[in-house]
Design a protein around this ligand. Structure first.
Ligand SMILES: [Zn+2]
Length: 309
């Protein structure tokens, strides 16, 4: 099952990171910390050459975060091997045995059910929509569709997006969505020192606090990449790392900035599991168009949408 493969792949990816991290305070970049440059070939025949440039293993260029072709997060799919023979339960069970395991899963309090990324034991049919890299020109359409559907989501914003669309931060907040942090310039955080990591995060803590009156609590790392240094930095800043368990693949197979939104829906459904944390980007037209379709499709499967507390 593709779904299971994703879980296992995520679990293995985390294990690789942990194995490479060692001490949480280490500033070394573990060899396994750079996400693989391609998605699972079994699922994703041909990575789009256009999106390949953003892959951290390739040419991710923090100096050029505003490249409109930057779908970001494309390479975060863990794909150590292709562990089709592993069981998701076993993979999840591997986590606790790893000494020094950082807390990268989460359980929102106050909404009545556990929601843990990559944990196949979660049975409730709930899902969470998360949007990275914005705000952008497409964020208003995403917000319109969410409002029509009565769904709340999380927006992990960038510094460059916020600089271009400051008014949208207010709108996101006022419409009941959550603002999280996705860094100022979208670097691979595992390549940065603690001080550099703070420079990528602190201005957005200040900005979101100013807009919402509350300090933000959640951080989504670019490319899904993290190491012990980042986890320590986040702990220091009072932020929690939130990765995803269901990539919409809205960044893959994009031609001239567009792909069939129905394919995005199909990819979300293909990876759907109870507790899905869905990664999408409010920086792409097809994603904005896919939002109502995703909501409709998941509701048809009996899912309801939740958001972090
Ligand atoms: Zn991103």
């Amino acid at each position: 099952m593709t779904m299971n493969k994703r879980w296992v792949a995520m679990a293995l990816f985390v294990s690789v990171l942990l194995a490479g991290c060692g001490g949480a305070a280490s500033n070394q970049t573990p060899p396994g910390s750079t996400p693989p440059a391609s998605t699972d070939p079994a699922d994703d025949p041909q990575p789009d050459p256009g999106s390949g440039a953003e892959e951290p293993g390739g040419e991710a260029d923090p100096a050029d975060p505003e490249d409109p072709a930057d779908p970001a997060d494309p390479a975060a799919w863990p794909d150590p091997a292709d562990p089709t023979d592993a069981e998701p339960g076993g993979a999840a069970g591997d986590h606790p045995t790893d000494p020094g395991l950082p807390a990268v899963t989460w359980k929102p309090s106050g909404i009545g059910y556990p929601l843990v990324p990559s944990d196949p034991s979660v049975q409730q049919k709930v899902a969470m929509l998360t949007f990275d890299d914005g705000p952008s020109n497409y964020t208003p359409e995403v917000l319109d569709r969410l409002k029509e559907a009565g769904v709340k989501a999380v927006f992990f914003i960038t510094g460059y997006g916020a600089a271009e669309h400051p008014e949208l931060l207010k709108r996101i907040h006022e419409e009941g969505h959550l603002l999280g942090i996705h860094t100022m310039t979208h670097p691979n955080m595992t390549e940065l020192s603690r001080e550099e990591q703070i420079e990528e995060i602190q201005p957005l803590i200040d900005l979101i606090t100013e807009v919402t009156g509350e300090r933000p609590r959640y951080f989504r790392p670019p490319f899904g990449a993290y190491n012990g240094t980042l986890l320590a930095t986040l702990d220091e800043l009072g932020l929690e790392l939130i990765n995803w368990s269901n990539g919409s693949l809205d960044w893959e197979g994009v031609v001239d900035g567009y792909k069939d939104p129905n394919q995005v829906v199909a990819d979300v459904l293909d990876q759907l599991h109870p507790g899905s944390v869905i990664l999408a980007h409010d920086t792409m037209k097809h994603t904005a168009e896919a939002v109502p379709l995703i909501i409709e499709a998941l509701r048809a499967e009996g899912y309801e949408f939740v958001v972090l507390p």
